[in-house]
Ligand binder design. Structure first.
Ligand code: NAD
Length: 488
């Protein structure tokens, strides 16, 4: 018999307490606040990726059969960009921001100073286990915090690689990784944090928020939802189809938070759209997509069974117009399209998070907005393909979602000048680019006054005249101020 792996020490509440104590000491000592420290950590993270790219790709293949291109571009490449952007812009982000002052505090000057929050916890999900773990960490470092990262146990190879690489490359007195599942996360959640940044599903988000409430800890919740795609008929069908495929199956085989969840199109156009999908899908993934190396597998058998339950529901099985093949041994499901799916089916009731794409048909495309509203909740993303200016305006005005894209899918994620985050059921708070720095900073209001211009107005004894002048000053009306000064 081979030797048993050495038992890892149990991470419990006491370990969590000790860890936070050590990190708080580093934070209070001011270690994480200096620009030099932040630069050193971000550069170390870049070096870590340069020197270990093959290992990271290997771990992602182990956890998800993630194709090399997707790992290299959407996980490693995107994180490198975040590091480079922070290195380039951080000095500017850290600068106090001048604020205007009003007559009320005249004479004065003001600024908004960004200060780090303290010791923060990042809890990450399994679907983009490398990027989603470290992208928030980049923001937390740039803002000057000490950090604990808890990667997802459902991507174990990436989780253990992260623990090793972070210990090897980053400053262990300020940045730590705790691996584990519910017991370890629970032990972490019992501690007092200065911010918790959670990526994952809404059920656990409620547990996280309840734990945070005990300590009045603010949270960022990066969740998911049913992200719709509305498809008009006046479009470049081939380009639209390819862009939907790239956002759905080309993003971890649909296991991405902003993947298209379902399509809404008109009855007249649906068949044309399905034909286009069939044609492009075959070009991308061949006649037998289960054998394609360009599609991730389903993360584990629980999620595989969950997806089959959606697919094999009685009222749904007859709606499959493309795909439906599955390979239980290798946890693969082919790109699958379902046409005319009833709104009360399981597949329309929860986030799909996999390679199934239902199409809902409406008489007129304007009816799409009511479909989205009727499904309840606000999705993380919503997409529209059209050339009609009025429809675009209606879409932007009426659809509430974390982010919207017109004539493409998922690409808003790569635009660091846009905040990335949800609203309502899809989450709260946002990050990416400077928004990541802001997510981990407190915006401290600072007002400077001198000893000059000291008016007796606010001091007792209070008089009618003082009251009138103060009211006039607060109103900001020059006319009222003159009248109060003249006593008329
Ligand atoms: P998951 O199972 O990896 O869970 C996320 C984290 O929660 C893990 O670190 C896990 O250890 C922890 N956790 C699980 N149960 C817990 C409990 N009882 N108490 C405390 N912690 C617990 O990931 P998931 O939730 O399956 O992720 C998929 C969901 O995440 C989807 O809804 C998806 O849309 C969403 N998501 C959102 C984003 C985003 O950026 N908005 C990104 C990726 C995924």
């Amino acid at each position: 018999m081979g030797s048993q792996p050495e038992d890892k020490a149990v991470f419990d509440t006491e370990s969590g307490k000790e860890m936070v104590k050590e990190l708080r000491a580093s934070f209070v000592a001011g270690k994480t606040k200096s620009y030099e420290w932040k630069v050193s950590q971000l550069k170390a993270m870049l070096k870590m990726m340069e020197e270990n790219e093959a290992q990271i790709i290997f771990a992602l293949r182990d956890d998800l059969s993630k194709p090399e291109l997707e790992s290299s571009i959407y996980e490693i490449g995107m994180l490198k960009n975040s590091c480079r952007l922070a290195l380039k812009e951080m000095k500017h982000w850290m600068k106090p921001e001048k604020a205007k002052t009003s007559l009320t505090t005249f004479p004065s000057t003001a600024e908004i100073v960004s200060e780090p929050l303290g010791v923060v916890l990042v809890i990450s999900a399994w679907n983009y286990p490398f990027l989603l773990s470290l992208d928030p960490v980049v923001g937390a470092i740039a803002a000057g915090n000490a950090i604990v990262l808890k990667p997802s146990e459902l991507a174990p190879a990436t989780s253990s690689l992260l623990a090793k690489l972070i210990a090897d490359y980053l400053d262990g007195s300020c940045i730590k990784v705790v691996e584990g599942a519910v017991p370890e996360t629970t032990a972490l959640l019992e501690q007092k944090w200065d911010k918790i940044f959670y990526t994952g599903n809404g059920r656990v988000a409620r547990i996280v928020m309840a734990a945070a409430a005990k300590h009045l800890t603010p949270v960022v919740l990066e969740l998911g939802g049913k992200s719709p795609v509305i498809v008009d008929s006046d479009i470049d069908l081939k380009v639209a189809t390819r862009r939907i495929i790239a956002g759905k199956w080309g993003c971890n085989n649909g296991q991405a938070c902003i993947s298209p969840d379902y399509i809404i199109t008109t009855k007249d156009y649906a068949v044309k759209l399905v034909d286009s999908f069939k044609c492009e899908l075959e070009k991308f993934y061949g006649k037998n997509p289960l054998e394609s190396k360009d599609l991730s597998r389903i993360v584990n058998s629980n999620h595989f069974d969950r997806l089959l339950k959606l697919l094999d529901e009685d009222k749904i099985s007859s709606k499959i117009v493309h795909g439906g093949e599955r390979d239980e041994t290798n946890l693969k499901i082919a790109p699958t399209i379902l046409l005319d799916v009833p709104k009360n089916s399981l597949i329309m009731k929860e986030e799909i998070f996999g390679p199934l794409l239902p199409i809902i048909m409406v008489d007129k495309l304007e009816g799409s907005f009511d479909v989205i509203k009727s499904l309840g909740g606000k999705p993380l993303a919503a997409y529209l393909f059209t050339n009609k200016t009025k429809l675009k305006a209606k879409f932007v005005a009426e659809v509430s979602a974390g982010g919207l894209v017109v004539n493409d899918t998922t690409v808003h994620l790569a635009e660091h000048n846009l905040p990335f985050g949800g609203v309502g059921d899809s989450g709260m708070g946002s990050y990416h680019g400077k928004f990541s720095f802001d997510a981990f900073s407190h915006k401290k209001a600072v007002l400077y006054r001198s000893f000059g211009g000291d008016s007796s107005l606010r001091y007792p004894p209070y008089t009618r005249g003082k009251l009138r002048l103060l009211q006039a000053l607060l109103s900001g009306s020059v006319l009222r101020i003159i009248r109060a000064l003249l006593g008329c």
